[in-house]
Structure formats: structure tokens, C-alpha cells
Design a protein around this ligand. Structure first.
Ligand code: SF4
Ligand code: SF4
Length: 467
């Protein structure tokens, strides 16, 4: 078994008698670096995916559309129905195991690079920088009394934040209501009250979460931050400060013989704290608030380069590496998660490919049987043909199971792509051909244009003998 590593809980102490700690505003400094570029690339892909998939058309409809009133979910070429929700459950389980696997392997990288809360927060921080300036300017502006410049800068920042919040909310709503019709109906006032409510709600939530709550969401609200630490072991990749190398920290002149003065490589510039979006000092050790974004790695590498020292005073490393032991990449827990993940991906893929495109539901009438004008025993049924395919199909309907069984009603039906067709039919049989109990019968539907598309549904035929 892999050993776990201690993760500090940095939840700030509350004042006596109060339940909540006052938030200390964080002024994040701008920086450059390789991990920042990777995060921007990831964020851009996610942002384009989020915005783009609502606008891309697939066939004659929006590529991703959760049509709640009709309970149909279009995801590119496929139509999913409430009956397919088992697949969604599988998908969520796969995502959970994917997250467990990546957490055991590389810590909280999901938070640092792909979590929507982080992605939107970095966008809002960028807006802050272009409207109010970098860290020092923003701190001065915060302290300065209200002036025309301060008012205009603040107005520009909040205006842009609200605009991004609106675009986010509008796009999100576009997954539930056709996005091309949504905007004109919003402007003309023809959209329903619930559409206005949800767009306003998600706009405000985005504005608050990415503009004001930021690291508070990661530290106090996100359940993942609470349990991720128990998944870390001494071979998990974590952002860590090399205490051996860095201490004793202290200022020095570039090129000085700092080792002779008893100093380590950390020049105590505090830049790693100034760029941290959660406002922590990684030199205090691994903390629950660290989202593994590596902003401190980028900025410290830059400092090291400028000082003429080796990079990597803060780096992605493992506890074993830091203590001089060998990191074990392949360990039982990681192999276990990988195996479970691959197994579930395989099962999910099989279920997707083996998913039937046509369903036939047979509902028997409440009246058990009746005798028709020909003296035959008759049972009535309601057939529901569900066509999940992207093409319309014409189906022939047949019934078998009792000698001389006759089907009355439509024998051919055309069902449009993604449509449900319901039709009542009756079956009749001679009294002499019926068994004493319920008789087993089955309805078969077969597509006339594609013989591979067919469905069978079993039901019972009741006669007086069953009484
Ligand atoms: S950025 Fe590097 S050198 Fe500067 S305080 Fe942080 S660890 Fe020390
Ligand atoms: S300590 Fe470093 S890696 Fe952790 S959140 Fe702060 S900047 Fe990101």
C-alpha cells in the first residue's frame, strides 16, 4: 500500500464567536511561463468547445441540444431518450474514475488546468489586468478614494465581467433551447419568463463565482478539494518547494556567494505568493488550497533564470523525489484505477454501439378480451414505435403466437427520425385455438428499407379460458 502524504488544511481561523472568516482580497500578479501557456491552450480548447458546440449544426438541427419538453437529447448524430439515461450514468462513473486516476497520478491538475471555475477565474483576472492594471496598480487603485478614473476603470471591469457572465449563461441556455432562436426571442421579449430567469441567474452566478468568490469556491465549496488529499501518496505529482535547496531564504545581490552567507536558493522575493490565485505560500508545504496550477513554478523558474541558478526550486515532483527515494510510477492503486477505467470505457463503448435504434412498446388494453362480430376472441393493444435513428423508416407490423391469429389495424407505419408513433391494434383468435391460461403472443416490426432494423415485443393474449 502506498503511504499518504500530509496535506495542510489552510482554512483560515475564524475570530472568536464568528462562523466565517473575512476574505482577504487576492491581487494576482501577471506572469509568463510554460505551464501558463499550457493552461491557456487547455482553457481555449474548453472555451471553444463550450461556446462552439451550441452553435454547430449537425444535419438539420443543433449538434448538442437537450430538448427537455420532448425528452430527447441530441448529441451530434445520436438521439438519446430518457430510457438511455443508464448510458449517462456510465459516462458520469467513467468521468469520476478518470478524475480519481488523474488525481492519484498528478494531484489536482484537473483544478489547475481544466476546471471551469479556474478557467473562468483566469479570464476574469485577465479582464482585471486590462482594465485596472497589474497587481501593484490594482492595489493602489483599491486604496485610492473614488475618482473619475477609478469609477471608469471599475465600470469597465464589471461591465466586461457581466458581459462574459451573460455570454456564458446564454450559451448554457442554448443547450436547452435552440440557440439561433434564443437571441431574437430574448431581444423581442418573446422568450418565456423561465428563460429570462435562468439567463439572469447564471449570469449573476458566473459574475460572483469568477469575479468575487474565486478561491473561496475551491477552498470551501468544492467537495473535490476535501477528498482529493486522501488520494495522494508519496508518488503523486505535486507542486512542491524544495526546502533543502531553498532554505535558508533571504535577499542577496546577483552573483554574490550566498552559500557562504548560509543562504539557500530562495531569494525571498515572494513572487510565488503574488502569482498564486489562491493566495497561499507553497513554501509552507502542500496545502488543501493548492490547485496545482503551477503559476508559482513559472514565476520561480523565471526568478531562478534571472539569478543564474538552476530552475526547479518549485516544481512538479513527488514526495519520494524530495526525500531522495525513487518514484514508483506503476503502483497498485494507479493500476487498479486504470484497469477499472479501461473496463468501464469498454463497457460503455459496447453499450453505445449495441444500442438499439428502434424500440417497440406494447401496452395491453385494460379490458381483458371481448368477442367480435365474427365470434372470435379479441384483445386490444397500443403499439408505440420509437425511432431513435437519424433517418425516417417505414415499418411492417406482424403478430404471431397463436394459430390463425389475425391482426386488425395499421400493418405499415412510417416513423420520422427521432419520432414516436403510437397506434392501436387488435388481435383476434378462434376460441378453440386458445390455451387455458394467458396465451403468449409477440409483435414484430421490421423496417422495409433496412432489414437489419427490427424489433420484437412479447405480450399475452387473454381469452375466456384464462378466467
Ligand atoms: S519565487 Fe522562488 S525565489 Fe521567490 S520567494 Fe518564491 S520560492 Fe523564493
Ligand atoms: S501554490 Fe502554486 S500551484 Fe498551488 S495554487 Fe498557488 S500558484 Fe498554483
Amino acid at each position: 500500500m502506498s503511504e499518504q502524504i500530509p496535506v495542510k488544511n489552510v482554512t483560515p481561523p475564524t475570530e472568536s464567536g464568528t462562523l466565517y472568516a473575512k476574505r482577504t482580497k487576492i491581487f494576482t500578479k501577471a506572469f509568463t511561463g510554460i505551464f501558463r501557456n499550457i493552461r491557456i491552450a487547455f482553457g481555449a480548447v474548453l472555451f471553444v468547445l463550450f461556446l462552439g458546440t451550441a452553435w454547430i449544426n449537425w444535419g438539420d438541427r443543433q449538434a448538442v441540444w437537450w430538448n427537455l419538453p420532448e425528452r430527447k437529447f441530441y448529441i451530434f448524430g445520436a438521439t438519446f431518450w430518457p430510457q438511455d439515461f443508464m448510458l449517462l450514468s456510465w459516462l458520469l462513473i467513467i468521468c469520476a474514475f478518470g478524475l480519481f486516476f488523474i488525481t492519484v497520478f498528478a494531484g489536482r491538475v484537473w483544478c489547475g488546468y481544466a476546471c471551469p471555475q479556474t478557467t473562468w477565474t483566469w479570464i476574469f483576472i485577465w479582464v482585471e489586468k486590462i482594465t485596472e492594471g497589474d497587481r501593484n496598480k490594482r492595489m493602489r487603485l483599491e486604496k485610492a478614494p473614488m475618482s473619475m478614473e477609478k469609477f471608469l476603470r471599475r465600470a469597465a471591469k464589471h461591465g466586461l465581467w457581466l458581459l462574459i457572465g451573460f455570454v456564458t449563461a446564454f450559451t448554457f441556455m442554448g443547450y436547452f433551447s435552440p440557440v439561433r432562436e434564443l437571441f431574437p426571442s430574448l431581444i423581442s421579449g418573446e422568450a418565456s419568463g423561465s428563460v429570462y430567469f435562468w439567463i439572469a441567474f447564471f449570469t449573476v452566478m458566473t459574475y460572483l463565482a469568477a469575479g468575487f468568490m474565486r478561491e473561496q469556491v475551491c477552498i470551501y465549496m468544492c467537495p473535490y478539494s476535501r477528498f482529493q488529499s486522501v488520494m495522494f501518496d508519496k508518488d503523486t505529482l505535486i507542486v512542491s518547494y524544495d526546502v533543502e535547496r531553498g532554505e535558508k531564504r533571504g535577499a542577496r545581490k546577483k552573483g554574490s556567494d550566498y552559500k557562504a552567507e548560509g543562504l539557500g536558493d530562495c531569494i525571498d522575493c515572494n513572487l510565488c505568493v503574488h502569482v498564486c490565485p489562491t493566495g497561499i505560500d507553497i513554501r509552507d508545504g502542500l496545502q488543501i488550497a493548492c490547485i496545482s496550477c503551477a503559476a508559482c513554478v513559472d514565476v520561480c523558474d523565471d526568478v531562478m533564470t534571472r539569478m543564474g541558478y538552476d530552475k526547479g526550486l518549485i516544481s512538479y515532483t513527488t514526495e519520494h523525489n524530495l526525500t531522495g527515494s525513487k518514484t514508483k510510477l506503476l503502483r497498485p492503486r494507479l493500476i487498479g484505477y486504470a484497469t477499472a477505467l479501461l473496463f468501464m470505457i469498454g463497457l460503455f463503448s459496447y453499450n453505445i454501439t449495441a444500442r438499439t435504434l428502434v424500440e417497440l412498446n406494447v401496452i395491453k388494453d385494460r379490458i381483458p378480451y371481448r368477442e367480435n362480430f365474427d365470434g372470435r376472441i379479441e384483445n386490444v393493444y397500443l403499439l408505440r414505435v420509437i425511432n431513435k435513428d437519424q433517418l425516417s423508416h417505414t415499418f411492417t407490423i406482424e403478430a404471431t403466437g397463436i394459430e390463425g391469429l389475425r391482426l386488425e389495424g395499421k400493418k405499415t407505419v412510417e416513423v420520422g427520425a427521432g419520432e414516436i408513433y403510437s397506434t392501436p391494434v387488435s388481435l383476434s383468435a378462434d376460441f378453440d385455438n386458445l390455451a387455458a391460461g394467458p396465451n403468449k403472443v409477440q409483435f414484430n416490426i421490421k423496417s422495409t428499407d433496412d432489414e437489419s432494423i427490427y424489433r420484437v415485443s412479447k405480450t399475452t393474449f387473454i381469452g375466456p379460458q384464462a378466467r
